[in-house]
Write a protein that binds this ligand. Structure first.
Ligand code: HEM
Length: 474
């Protein structure tokens, strides 16, 4: 059945691309995948990968069939490599567990909660811009500064813990996540390390389990700190709930409350897997995007100027904090961010395991058990949907332009039942950060666009540091 599907021929079953992948550098991975299963495969490119039959689904119409169905919500086999770290957290879990957790956690990112958090976001963004300005216009790689800022934002607003890593300069967790995600991709490419038993016998595997242990210690420290604070606050304040007013709780508090009140069986490890998931998804995705935003704005001074003009129309010369109402008025900045997410989708690779046969109109059936891969990075750069795709052009996201495209031609936050739960949080955070940067500083890119290769290290990254310079806006 699998052989009848369109895809590159001449690769043996089971081994498939595993014969060539280990010989590629990380920077060669995306061009290789593009050549093998994207170019010339408008709808589908089928090939064995990771010892499994795999199908890359490339057209918006077919992507819609997969992503919008409740039938295909189980994550692909490569997500098993994330389990030692994120266990059964929301990103990886499936079935009833995923369903009940999603229902439990969705309200914790409600609009009202975000409104409460916009102040935290602004204060961290302002500190971030001040830190960039400390470089006095000299070229530097801003990635660590960005990551500390997004980590502080997610910690303070979702976990209720002020981490202050921007001030104390700590970056252990960020470096650990960098290594853990790199190892996951290493194991996808080197299929012989797919098995946990084999992996644990290697030197790299040993170091990886030490890294994961250190990440878990960090998240446990956050949970313990918040638990103490939460219990203290609960004792000290006559909460509004005592008067029958149900208050929405932010992410970690809502799980602690369930644990304390025994309403749901949330064990310590249940809480930790979600904290691990949200801390990672909540800081690394946004950090990656902010890096690419600085890079593109630094290359397109005209677009930076238009985005600044919008800020000036909203704030004038006033240096006050940005409010949620201000942020909602930033329609040009929103288009800039959407265009950046088109070219640099923070999650460049998604996949599903088929529990059931999948038939896409007019194509042979894809058998149950196959891995379905969807790569926004190539979909978003397909000239069929985005003419002159490498050009950075925010006007692609004018409402009239969006109306001309298939809704599934743009999926930076995925779509359907397993879409990104944090997308509103992410947009608010990114808009707040870039708005604050534009109001108080100007950015220039030192690294050339042609020097940047993209690598899919779970999160999309440049293969080498990107250098920028930042000067005060006078
Ligand atoms: C630029 C920022 C972000 C992008 C581009 C992004 C993108 C995505 C994508 C594509 C998925 C689907 C992944 C898959 O199917 O494997 C996803 C899922 C998820 N995201 Fe985000 N994300 C972003 C920010 C955030 C933030 C800020 C949070 C948390 C506050 C978050 C939490 C999650 C979680 C928990 C899931 C799993 C949802 C589920 O399966 O039910 N993300 N994200």
């Amino acid at each position: 059945m699998f052989r009848k599907l369109p895809g590159p021929k001449g690769y043996p079953p089971i081994l498939g691309l595993a014969l060539e992948l280990p010989f590629l550098s990380n920077a060669e991975l995306l061009p290789y995948i593009k050549k093998q299963v994207i170019t010339g495969y408008d709808r589908l490119g089928a090939v064995w990968l990771m010892g499994l039959p795999g199908a890359f689904v490339n057209s918006p119409e077919d992507i819609e069939v997969v992503l919008s169905s409740m039938k295909y919500i189980e994550k692909g086999q490569e997500y098993n490599l994330i389990r030692p770290w994120l266990q059964e957290g929301l990103l990886v879990s499936s079935g009833q567990k995923w369903h009940s957790r999603r229902k439990l956690l969705t309200p914790t990112f409600h609009f009202k909660i975000l409104e409460d958090k916009s102040r935290t976001m602004y204060q961290n963004a302002k500190l971030f811009v001040d830190k960039l300005l400390e470089k006095n216009g000299k070229p530097f790689d801003p990635f660590m500064k960005i990551s500390r800022c997004t980590l502080d934002i997610i910690c303070e607003s979702a976990m209720g813990v002020a981490l202050n890593s921007q001030n104390d300069g700590s970056a252990d967790y960020v470096a650990l996540i960098g290594r853990v995600t790199r190892d996951i991709v290493y194991r996808v490419v080197n299929t012989q390390h797919f098995s946990e038993v084999v992996w644990q016998l290697t030197k790299k595997g040993y170091q990886n389990s030490k890294d994961i242990e250190a990440v878990h210690d960090f998240t446990q420290m956050i949970i313990t700190e918040r638990r103490q604070l939460y219990e203290k606050e609960k004792k000290e304040t006559l909460s509004e709930e005592d008067f029958g007013i149900k208050k929405r709780k932010a992410f970690l508090d809502s799980m602690l409350e369930l644990d304390i009140s025994n309403q749901a069986k949330m064990t310590d490890s249940d809480i930790r897997e979600e904290v691990d998931t949200f801390l990672f998804e909540g800081h690394d995705t946004t950090a990656a995007l902010i890096l690419f935003l600085l890079f593109e704005l630094g290359h397109h001074q005209d677009i930076q100027e238009l985005a600044y003009q919008e800020q000036y129309e909203i704030f004038g010369d006033d240096t006050r904090e940005a409010t949620l109402n201000d942020i909602q008025q930033m329609t040009y900045l929103e288009r800039v961010i959407k265009e950046c997410l088109r070219l640099y989708p923070s999650v460049p690779w998604m996949s599903r395991t088929l529990n059931d046969d999948l038939t896409l109109k007019g194509l042979p059936t894809i058998p149950a058990g196959a891995n379905i891969m969807i790569l926004p990075i190539f979909l978003h750069r397909n000239p069929k949907y985005y003419p002159d795709p490498e050009k950075f052009d925010p006007d692609r996201f004018l409402p009239e332009e969006c109306a001309k495209r298939h809704p599934f031609a743009y999926i930076p936050f995925s779509a359907g039942p397993r879409n990104c739960i944090g997308q509103k949080f992410a947009m608010l955070e990114i808009k707040t950060t870039i708005s604050t940067l534009l109001r108080f500083a100007k950015v220039n890119s030192i690294t050339k666009r042609s020097e940047v290769n993209l690598v899919p290290l779970v999160i999309l990254r440049p293969d080498k540091p990107i250098y920028i310079s930042v000067t005060p806006r006078t």
